[in-house]
Write a protein that binds this ligand. Structure first.
Ligand SMILES: Cc1cc2nc3c(=O)[nH]c(=O)nc-3n(C[C@H](O)[C@H](O)[C@H](O)COP(=O)(O)OP(=O)(O)OC[C@H]3O[C@@H](n4cnc5c(N)ncnc54)[C@H](O)[C@@H]3O)c2cc1C
Length: 412
């Protein structure tokens, strides 16, 4: 394979995974990051390699749920009304993507991406010797009513068709499997293939350290412009040239793709969490998914993380930490074993979100020198290595591991 000079823009998990894969194939990589490694969503997410999460957020059922949640100003889904001029177009496209036909198409694409991720993630861990930072500890999805359990079970049957295994626990069996839950929980679905990284920030930093020691160059600078001839202009005026440029700048990517003629409906779908002390939930080993409330509780090496939620707002709006406080209060109510010592660390991050819940993995429409790798929404950590695999095939002009037509930038 011909070795090429490749610039990767963005030091989040997607940019890091892409840089690693390309480096492993002998390309010369320069990684450009505006702030620091994992400065944004990749730093504080819920750590899950959620290979079973193939159901798109834009779904026929979400509209009903969202209307109910919308009435709660600090509930799991909210829209900041003042920012509607920036987000309305995205919301309308989201509603359109929730139609049954598009929904079904998106499930198949998500399943293909997940299968590729499940194959390629261990390969990356092996190359970088980071296997100790990932464990298969499963995720337990919890339900407080027979109705919500039965409704979700239908979706799990769908997952079964895509070879996703799960176990069902009802009544006493659930409480025996996971002590410390409120008696109001009547059923649980345990996705046993779910894996977690020890801590997302540590994982990104370890991956970056590996890249640095392997000779990948990092530049801390803001990219202000991209050209279809493969030149990259930094905010300080310096111009760099490469054979290929990969744009992986999370929710900021559309600012750089638009001047190339690719206007992408991309927003920062904001999520919140609080990380409590390690001893805040003794005996918690797997991720708990509070399905009816839109958040998760995750055991990390540095603590117990409680968070989730979706807030549709502009990227520069200040965080509203009432959301993390509200989720924490709910979690304490639902999980009597959870202890809040008041010392938790609150955090907000913006998921790079596209209305149809699918990322953009695509050449720019105007140039094969520019490759887009952004918009993974709730699943950027999980799908980082599948993205890296596909990008590496595009860089080398090789056959692709899956059909990426539904991920192309010209679908909008
Ligand atoms: C609360 C929450 C929980 C989540 N849980 C999970 C989970 O359990 N599993 C999962 O798979 N995903 C999860 N996600 C989603 C996941 O975190 C994101 O999809 C992923 O981090 C996106 O990675 P990225 O590299 O595309 O973007 P980012 O992490 O946003 O990184 C982009 C980088 O580009 C840099 N950048 C931007 N513009 C420029 C520029 N002009 N020049 C140079 N650099 C630039 C930024 O500084 C940033 O560091 C969660 C997200 C949130 C908010």
């Amino acid at each position: 394979m011909k070795s090429q000079d490749v610039i990767v823009i963005g030091g989040g998990i997607v940019g890091l995974a892409v840089a690693e894969k390309l480096h492993s194939q002998g390309h010369r990589i320069t990684l450009i990051e505006r702030e620091k490694i994992a400065a944004k969503a990749s730093q504080g997410n819920a750590a899950g390699l959620a290979f079973s999460d193939i159901m798109p957020l834009a779904s026929p059922g979400i509209i009903k749920k969202a209307v109910k949640w919308f009435l709660d100003p600090v509930g799991p889904f909210s829209v900041v009304v003042q920012d509607l001029p920036q987000t309305m177009g995205w919301l309308l496209r989201f509603l359109a993507a929730a139609r049954p036909a598009q929904y079904r198409r998106s499930i198949d694409v998500q399943a293909a991406l997940m299968h590729l991720s499940q194959k390629t993630f261990p390969e990356m861990l092996e190359r970088c010797k980071l296997g100790d930072m990932v464990r298969t500890n499963g995720a337990l999805h919890l339900y407080q009513s027979k109705e919500s359990f039965q409704a979700d079970l239908k979706k799990w049957q769908f997952r079964k068709e895509h070879n996703i295994a799960f176990d069902v626990y009802e009544g006493e069996a659930l409480h025996k499997f996971q002590p410390g839950l409120s008696p109001s929980f009547v059923a649980g679905i345990y996705a046993n293939q779910w894996q977690s990284v020890s801590n997302p920030l540590d994982f990104c930093n370890a991956l970056h350290q590996y890249l640095e020691s392997a000779g990948v160059k990092t530049i801390i600078a803001e990219v202000s412009n991209l050209s279809d001839d493969g030149s990259v202009t930094l905010a300080n005026g310096k111009v760099l040239q490469a054979d290929k440029v990969v744009l992986a700048a999370g929710p900021w990517s559309s600012t750089l793709s638009a001047p190339l003629g690719d206007k992408v409906p991309l927003i920062g779908e904001r999520g919140y969490n609080t990380t409590l002390d390690k001893m805040a939930f003794v005996g918690l080993d797997h991720t708990l998914v509070l399905s009816d409330h839109g958040f998760v509780v995750v055991p990390l090496t540095n603590g117990i993380r409680v968070g989730g939620a979706s807030e549709i707002a502009s990227l520069d709006r200040a965080p509203n930490y009432k959301r993390s406080k509200n989720m924490l209060a709910k979690a304490q109510h639902l999980l009597p074993a959870l202890v809040n010592d008041g010392q938790g660390v609150e955090w907000m991050g913006a998921r790079p979100a596209i209305p149809d819940t699918l990322p953009v993995i695509s050449h720019a429409t105007s140039s094969k020198k520019i490759i887009y790798a952004f918009g993974h929404g709730h699943l950027g950590l999980t799908q980082s290595t599948a993205t890296a695999q596909l990008v590496s095939e595009m860089v080398a002009d090789q056959p692709l591991s899956m059909n990426i037509t539904p991920l192309r930038v010209d679908r909008f």
